[in-house]
Ligand binder design. Structure first.
Ligand SMILES: CC(C)(COP(=O)(O)OP(=O)(O)OC[C@H]1O[C@@H](n2cnc3c(N)ncnc32)[C@H](O)[C@@H]1OP(=O)(O)O)[C@@H](O)C(=O)NCCC(=O)NCCS
Length: 177
């Protein structure tokens, strides 16, 4: 695949959004109909990867602030998450950034684009010097869980084992070290 014609940008009010199909109607509709509403409401920022040799959007993701909060019913998961945090820095909640949505077009999937996007997000927040952020969170569709696991994400809870989505996280300290 020729990546030389790919460009990456953040969606602004005037951005023209090219067609997109990842095979999931909700994710497609969000990009085309809702991403700018979320921008206006200051509820999520959306980033797009475009292939300038076509009239297509290759992939997109949206981000918003988040936090991970201690759940006494999930002590086992919390202990695992806490292990890399120094004793005197341990809290009942930690700063995070949430991947609200992430999707790669069917025409481009399987080319490590999703993985490259996660790498970009990890880099963006691990090196950001504006506001501290320790974790990336995502409510992963069940079908996408193996993808996030391959990219180093862990489960946050067991409670959602049979749900349509699983709460997962990535510890950004792993990216720095
Ligand atoms: C899930 C998705 C983002 C993956 O993007 P992608 O660019 O196709 O994935 P990549 O090529 O970067 O995959 C990286 C690795 O994860 C694996 N992988 C990707 N999707 C997978 C899946 N659904 N199940 C199992 N493994 C998967 C790949 O085989 C690859 O493994 P490898 O390193 O051993 O070759 C994309 O398929 C997609 O948009 N799906 C539809 C929407 C969706 O489910 N979004 C997630 C919402 S939470």
């Amino acid at each position: 695949m020729d990546f030389s014609n790919f460009t990456f940008r953040q969606i602004e009010a005037e951005t023209e959004i090219k067609s997109f199909d990842c095979g999931d109607t909700d994710l497609n509709d969000f990009l085309i109909s809702d991403a700018k509403n979320y921008l206006r409401a200051m509820m999520a920022l959306t980033y797009i990867l475009e292939d300038n040799s076509t009239d297509k959007t290759v992939a997109y993701y949206s981000l918003l602030n988040d936090k991970i909060v201690f759940d006494p019913e999930n002590k086992h998961f919390w202990n695992k998450l806490n292990r890399k945090i120094a004793n005197n820095k341990r809290r009942k909640e930690y700063p995070a950034v949430k991947i609200g949505r992430l999707a790669v077009s069917k025409d481009y999937s399987g080319n490590h684009i999703g993985e490259a996007i996660l790498l970009q997000i990890k880099h963006m927040f691990a090196t950001m010097r504006r506001s501290a952020c320790r974790f990336i969170t995502v409510d992963a569709y069940t079908a996408a869980v193996p993808f996030y696991e391959k990219c180093g994400f862990l489960f946050l809870s067991e409670k959602d084992k049979t749900s349509k989505t699983r709460a997962m996280y990535f510890d950004l300290i792993n990216f720095i070290n």
